[in-house]
Every structure is written in C-alpha cells, then in structure tokens.
Write a protein that binds this ligand. Sequence first.
Ligand code: PMT
Length: 222
Amino acid sequence: IQDDTFQQKSILITAGPTREALDPVRYLSNHSSGKMGYAIAQAAASMGAKVILISGPTALSCPSGVQRIDVESAADMHKAVMKAVSDCDIFIATAAVADYRAKHIADNKLKKSDDELTLTFVKNPDILKDVAAMTPAPFSVGFAAESQNIAEYAQGKLISKKLDMIAANDITAAGLGFNSDRNALHVFWKNGDIKLAPDSKFHLAKALLALVAQHCKNKTPS
Ligand code: PMT
C-alpha cells in the first residue's frame, strides 16, 4: 500500500505494555501484545508518515520504515515520549501503561515468609495527558480499553485529558482487543463519533488514520 496522506507528517506512537519492577526478578504488567500500536505504526508508514514507535516489551518485530525505541516502565516511556514529541504532528497512545508502580523496588528478591504480602504502589505519570497539555500540542489520540459504560468512560477521558480523539475498545468482546489480531473501535471526537466494526488491527489502523487525517486539518495550533 502506498499513499501520501501523511507525507510531511511526523507521528509518534506508544504501544505494548509497561513493566513495573517489584524486585530484580518480578514485575507488574498486563496482557497488551503491542499489536494495535504496531499496526498503526505500519499503516502510518505506508501512508507516508515519519513514524517513531515507543514500545514496551513485545514479541513483535519493528515494521519497516518505522523507528522503534524500546522501553520497559511507564517512567521510561514517559521520558522517551517527552524527548521525541516536540517535532511531532500527531501523537497516538495505544500503550497499556501501568497506572501505578511499586513505591520501592526491592534490591534483592522478595522472600516468601508471611501468608500475606503488602506492597505500596504510587501513581505513574500520565503520558498522554502530559502530551495533550503541551503548547503547542500535537493532535492527540488516546485509546480506552473498557469493560463497561464504554461511551461514557471514553468521552470522560476525551474531556479530562483534553484529547482530540479517543478510540474505545470493548475488552469484554471475545477475540477482540488485548493480545488478538482483531479489534473493534468506537471512535469519539468533540462533536461526533463513529463505530468501526470488527476487523483486523491493520484495517482498523488505516480507518482510524483516515479519521485522524480528516480531523487534524481542523486543529488550530494551541
Ligand atoms: O497491544 P494489544 O494486545 O494489541 O491491545 C491493544 C490495547 C487493547 C492495549 C489498546 O487497543 C488499548 O486499548 N490501549 C489503551 C489501554 C488502556 O486501558 O488505556 P487507559 O484507559 O489506561 O488509558 C487511556 C489512555 O491514556 C491510553 O491511550 C493510554 O495509552 C494513555 N495513558 C494511560 C496511563 C498513563 N500513565 N499514560 C498514558 O499515556
């Protein structure tokens, strides 16, 4: 596929899970495979964009024509995004970023002793919120993995994080969302929304990027 929709545009994408270390051998993470973000990176590159993909640990290889920066934790991802974002026109956050990290990472392997183990977690920085609050901010697209009240929660995030667009996926639907090749998206922007029916993540990526192309023309520099 060759297209020039995003010729001269620079797109920064986050993908995959983050890993929050607990001790030298253990971490807290989630089931994100990175497939959604990598599909968007591949589609954006095929549409002529300069693409930087900031990726948590995944088993995927880097799509051709894409510059990948590997990170582990949410703090690493935040740092890498902030370093790369200044030259970007569009930011798309598909990563499933851990909301919390351990307050203290144990220097040595935690030993089994009592029947209960209590760890204290502290909030991670919100990468997407920080990017969307920049002046000027790139056209900022969030993702929302929801299991209930999908429209309400996605629109809440659109407003609270001051996003230009948000793509919600219903993670209760079998065979879609986390760690699968297919997905279905309900995309919201300020005055509208559209449902993208179940399809491969690559086809959805192209459809989402077509919406981004339409809407980012209207964004006045903030
Ligand atoms: O990787 P796959 O297996 O293909 O699965 C894809 C996916 C289901 C992970 C993806 O489509 C998706 O929905 N990603 C967002 C997951 C999520 O639940 O996000 P959230 O509701 O925690 O956060 C909302 C938005 O803020 C997201 O764009 C997220 O990247 C961003 N965020 C969240 C927290 C944080 N500290 N920093 C962020 O940037």
